[in-house]
Write a protein that binds this ligand. Structure first.
Ligand code: SF4
Length: 97
């Protein structure tokens, strides 16, 4: 029996994402200065959805979100992230589970 192994990056490449244009399923609430938890998402999000703009505020682009829930858990105390699943038919389509 032939077994094929792939690393995580190769598996992620095969996933597809259906963008719900204009209706992001995760938003960052308006803020002057982000908490340490929110800032940490610029390094922690496995899909690289979070970034920090020139004013120091944290932004999100949900294209490619893996729906892992990390950002929801990390900011549970601060409430800086509004988190929902995408609408039916949108979001991540996993090919390798
Ligand atoms: S749910 Fe996971 S992949 Fe999606 S934005 Fe949050 S941390 Fe990133």
């Amino acid at each position: 029996m032939l077994t094929q192994t792939r690393n995580v990056e190769e598996k992620l490449y095969f996933n597809r994402f259906v963008v719900d244009a204009g209706r992001p399923h995760i938003t960052v609430r308006p803020h002057e200065r982000p908490s340490a938890e929110l800032r940490s998402l610029t390094h922690m999000c496995p899909a690289g959805c979070y970034s920090q703009n020139e004013a120091g505020q944290v932004e999100i682009a949900t294209d490619g979100c893996l729906e892992c829930g990390t950002c929801r858990i990390v900011t549970a105390r601060t409430g800086e992230v509004e988190w929902n699943y995408p609408r039916g038919g949108f979001g991540i389509l996993y090919k390798f589970g």
